[in-house]
Design a protein around this ligand. Structure first.
Ligand SMILES: [Zn+2]
Length: 210
């Protein structure tokens, strides 16, 4: 599942006319991502169902920073951009309610735990000041490794958050495993641990909570 899609190709983005720091570049990359993902019809019954599920979660998790849901179509299942815009595919409306809530709660985990800010800080640590090709080329490998490690940890944290939130809205968190199965097995990527590792962590968390 390509949930948080933090592209590590961000450093290869064409430089803009004015001087930018790395957080500007990251923001630009997220904005490009947002604009590239096709929006679904917001008035459709599937979009309405997603909005209702999302509202259920927000009600059960007070204290979240302001967050928006945008319903999308296309191959991406769900991801969060700019730290506070959750993009969720209209196909999630076809899943059983508990599985849909798990996917949305996972994205809220990224928002609640300020994962965007943490990631921006890693980039800033390696690329302080103005972004230049000389500067970024020299650290790209080490930055990529740090960012990838953090991204994997954030996925596990967002899954754990989602399990807790599922319980709070009255669903058996074990449906998380069904959600992984329905959405298809994936291998490890730079940004995401593979399904096998995520399911193993969910099962260990559930076993520990009993
Ligand atoms: Zn995620």
């Amino acid at each position: 599942m390509r949930w948080l899609q933090l592209t590590f190709l961000v450093l290869a983005l064409a430089p803009s006319a004015r001087a930018e720091d790395i957080v500007d570049v990251l923001r630009r990359s997220q904005q490009a991502r947002l604009e590239a993902l096709p929006g679904a019809d917001p008035t459709s019954p599937r979009a309405a169902l997603l909005q209702r599920s999302f509202a259920t979660l927000l009600q059960a998790q007070p204290g979240l920073p302001p967050v928006d849901l945008r319903v999308i179509t296309g191959p991406v299942i769900a991801e969060t951009v700019h730290g506070h815009i959750v993009l969720a595919n209209e196909r999630l409306a076809d899943l059983p309610e508990g599985e849909r809530l798990f996917v949305l709660a996972h994205e809220l985990g990224h928002v609640a735990q300020q994962h965007w800010l943490q990631m921006a800080m890693v980039y800033q640590k390696w690329v302080p000041g103005e972004v230049t090709p000389e500067q970024t080329d020299a650290v790209a490998g080490r930055l990529g490794r740090d960012a990838s490690q953090l991204a994997h940890r954030q996925e596990f944290e967002a899954d754990a958050f989602a399990l807790r939130l599922l319980r709070r809205v009255g669903h058996d968190p074990a449906v998380a495993v069904d959600a992984f199965m329905h959405l298809g097995m994936t291998q490890d990527t730079a940004t995401h641990p593979g399904t096998r590792k995520r399911v193993a962590l969910v099962r260990a968390t559930l076993a520990g909570a009993e």
